[in-house]
Write a protein that binds this ligand. Sequence first.
Ligand code: ATP
Ligand code: MG
Length: 463
Amino acid sequence: MIGAPAVAAARLTVYSVAVTATTRIDLPTSAALGAAVAVVTCLRNHGFSAYFVGGCVRDALLGLTPKDYDIATSARPRQVCAVFADVVQVGISFGVVRVRQPCDSGEVVEIEVATFRADGRYSDGRRPDSVRFADAQQDVLRRDFTINGLLLDPCGPAKGEIHDWVGGLADLRDRQLRAIGDPLKRFGEDALRLLRAPRFAARFGLQVHADTAAAIRRLAPTLAQVSVERITAELTAMVIAPTAPAALDLLVDLNLCTQLWPQLLAADPHLTAAKLRLVRARTELERPIARNHWPVSTALTLPLVLALLADDLRNWPDSAEFTRSWRLSRQDLAAVRQLIALVATCPLEPTPLERAPLLPPWPAPVARWLRQPLADAALIAVISRPGGHRWLQWRQARADWPHENAFPDLGFDGLTVQRWGYAPGPAFARALRAAEDVRLSGGSGEQAEAAARSVLQAAARAS
Ligand code: ATP
Ligand code: MG
């Protein structure tokens, strides 16, 4: 039997589950917990049974604060809708609704309430053809891994008690990730579970049980049945987490990487170089940047991770193919492309260190590169390459660089240039750019104006 480590000690003992003489655990107090307990109490007051289930129970056992609470109940979806005033009907045919419950703070939290169910046949490797409402035990047996198949009683006389029909408590204690029931059957039902396995194993430092691992390796090709959207959601959670290097190891070890990123494996067979870049990028992000005039990333964002992973494909036509294998938002896709381009054109990289000026004014091409919004992320990617630590100080130097120096006020614009007697034309933009180059590289306002006038005069002479 397992009890959670004291919450205060959770940070130190996060992945070790203490063995105690009781199946009861205390949940860390939070507004979301209060709201979820209120939902269970209300369902029970109406004569239904209801428990916490899945990730929240697992997290609490690991001494982590659950990010949300899912509830499983004997009440049918229509009955849940009748009990609560504010319900969002997200997947009523699968027995799932979301109850919008106010917390003590007045904030409203959405709590997923799912009717106990058993899944019918899976004929497409994605979702059951039908579901049938069932009891609590059948409900946990349809779930993916034993660590996700635990129920917890959150209130009443059995408060804190765990119901374990799948051996999840022992697996958590032994740090095993194991499919519930026959692994070949479970992965055959929904191939997305193949990817959920490395995600949970990496996140909680678990060993994938031998039978479960063998089934994943065997069924890895069936990942092709899963939609790019679902794959992207799982992979995103994996690669932006601090445990991404462990997840990449598992993706390689479980043969999943050959299905997902054949082009990356061809360039870096065990993803060793990619992992190193991820580790260095995270270390770099955690380095404090003082006196900052520019927003600096504090988390590994998906575009940065993809640029770090695709780095070995820089000169390959496959880098576009790699990017396309993810279903990215338009914004993320633009950011990945821009980052890959920025890294490829980084003006610092080919420069011998002694000739790269650390402090502004920088040569105009360096300044133009550094003032782009994604330059900080691009610098992190450059720094994460072998030998890239030489450029560490440029992140701080960019952070110290005031915006008004990065976007200097020229003191004149197109209208002024017309007043100088020049007709509008393509030379205007070139003249303003020449003036800005002068200001960026440390020249005075007069020198900038002279540079603009000389471009305009040359253009006027040529026409
Ligand atoms: P996380 O903290 O990442 O959200 P979670 O365990 O809560 O972890 P969810 O995807 O939110 O994961 O799913 C909630 C629960 O539903 C899981 O714990 C598991 O019991 C069940 N579940 C989710 N997806 C599947 C699936 N594809 N196959 C079987 N069971 C699943
Ligand atoms: Mg969840």
